[in-house]
Design a protein around this ligand. Structure first.
Ligand code: ADP
Length: 483
């Protein structure tokens, strides 16, 4: 069963967490990009302001700095003046350090005096500014020296900015360190609020969805258990039906089988009586013996059909296919039916058409059964006239067995159902046509077991033709087209 609630809980939890993290990340990326842009613009503006106010005065000092030792620079009176001017201008600003480099990368001035005289000519930021670009970086510092004091846990934004002369030439480089800690803190605060808000909205959404999913999950569970119950009930009903059917088939087979022996005995003794083995019979006794023979013959035929049907139903019937001469089979069936035909005064003829192989492979016993069932019907339903048994080649790969009679025929609507078990076209109360309604259903099942088909061509009052078409199999078991 699909566990909707579990899948929903896991996947939506992961999805919501991902959404909150991604949203926070995107906000932070965009906000920091804005912060960097804004801080850089601010540093550039500050540098411009410094250079406007201080540069005219200090440019000659910067130009002359080359060649001085770091300690000369640190103790130079101009350095002190510059320091005071910068400090005065920075007093109300967030700038925490200012440095000035000459064109050779020498630190001519720094608000942190120890750094004066350092060589920055290999610094990437310095070189970018030296080439006319502004280079900036945002860093977090545990400790930072600002105007001779140390500040802690600061976000510092530093920019290297070129200083231009009135003629547009680069004359030096400013480095400004801006303390953007309050800005970063505000930004992080906003980020936390956004994430908090998103988490709150998603939680509400999650709760609403959870309620819906829980309900749906309940419905799925209910339906699943109902389905299982139904399946179990169906299985039980099927098993019971199967057991009942098997029981009936077994009963049918056993009863039919056990009835055959006494029936054969009755038939045999009645025939012996009729034949005078136990002495001569009076006319009345002869008629009684005739009646016993006729009725027990019919009963035996019925029992045989029941047994065949039971075997077919149980799926126990296995074909035993062997080569046999067709003419022998036909003669066998002919002589069996001829007694009945003669007794009724019906003419029975048979023939094997030219072109039929002398030997055909098949189950002779069951083929005989098919032919006898069809022949019996033909004789039964032909009060006067002829019955003809005909074997011929249906087409290149099939041979056929046909029973043609000139009897009462079968109407179209009756033809539709005569191949079903226990279906009888003629009303059972008509004593002339006794039967079980099993003969044709057995024929049909046997023929389909042999991969063939049975056709009927008939019209009420104009006789019937039953044709059984079967694949032609040679003795090697392979169909022989054109043989
Ligand atoms: P049964 O002959 O025992 O009634 P079958 O299954 O052999 O059962 O035949 C079913 C029905 O088909 C018969 O009751 C009869 O109405 C019809 N039928 C079969 N063969 C013929 C035939 N040759 N002529 C007329 N009707 C036939």
């Amino acid at each position: 069963m699909f566990r909707l609630q579990r899948y929903f809980t896991i996947t939506s939890f992961i999805a919501f967490i991902l959404m909150a993290v991604l949203l926070g990340y995107f906000y932070r990326t965009l906000a920091f990009a804005d912060l960097i842009d804004a801080s850089e613009s601010k540093n550039v503006a500050l540098a411009q302001a410094f250079s406007n106010s201080l540069w005219p005065e200090f440019a000659p000092f910067v130009a002359a700095a080359e060649g001085m030792t770091p300690s000369e620079l640190q103790t130079h009176s101009r350095t002190q003046e510059l320091y005071e001017s910068v400090q005065a201008q920075m007093a109300s600003l967030s700038v925490v350090k200012v440095k000035v480099y000459n064109l050779e990368g020498l630190t001519v001035f720094s608000t942190e005096r120890d750094q004066i005289g350092e060589d920055k000519s290999n610094n990437l930021g310095y070189n970018a500014a030296r080439a006319g670009m502004v280079a900036s970086e945002l860093t977090f510092r545990d400790t930072f020296s600002a105007f001779e004091q140390t500040i802690e846990d600061r976000n510092v934004f530093e920019s290297y900015i070129p200083i231009y002369s009135p003629t547009g030439d680069i004359e030096g480089v400013f480095e400004i360190y801006d303390d953007v800690t309050p800005l970063v803190q505000r930004l992080e605060q906003t980020q936390r609020k956004i994430i908090g808000g998103v988490v709150a909205i998603l939680s509400v959404l999650y709760l609403v969805l959870y309620v819906i999913v829980r309900r749906a999950d309940g419905i799925i569970r209910e339906q699943y258990s109902a389905l299982q119950q139904n399946e179990a009930a169906l299985r039980l009903a099927r098993d019971e039906a199967l057991a009942a059917s098997q029981f009936k088939t077994r009963l049918l087979a056993n009863v039919s089988h056990d009835m055959r022996t006494p029936l054969n005995a009755i038939l045999g003794y009645a025939e012996m009586l009729q034949g005078g083995i136990y002495g001569d019979l009076t006319e009345q006794q002869g008629e009684a013996a005739e009646e016993i023979i006729g009725s027990s013959g019919q009963l035996l035929h019925f029992v045989n059909n029941l047994l065949d049907q039971a075997q077919l139903n149980a799926g126990r019937l296995k074909l035993n296919e062997r080569p046999f001469p067709v003419q022998w089979l036909l003669d066998d069936v002919h002589s069996l039916l001829n007694l009945q035909a003669k007794a009724k005064g019906v003419t029975l003829t048979s023939d094997v058409a030219p072109g039929v192989p002398e030997t055909i492979t098949g189950d002779r016993y069951w083929l005989r059964q098919i032919m006898v069932n069809l022949g019996n019907n033909a004789l039964k339903f032909t009060p006067v006239g002829d019955v003809h048994l005909h074997v011929f080649m249906y087409d290149d790969g099939h041979w056929a067995f046909q029973v043609v009679d000139t009897g009462i025929g079968i109407s179209q609507d009756v033809q539709m159902k005569i191949f079903e078990a226990f279906e009888r076209g003629t009303p059972p109360q008509n004593g002339d046509y006794l039967g079980s309604g099993l003969g044709l259903s057995i024929v049909k099942e046997l023929v389909s077991l042999m991969a063939g088909e049975v056709q009927v061509n008939s019209e009420a009052g104009h006789g019937s033709t039953f044709t059984v078409v079967l694949p032609l199999v040679t003795s090697s078991g392979v169909a022989l087209p054109g043989e």
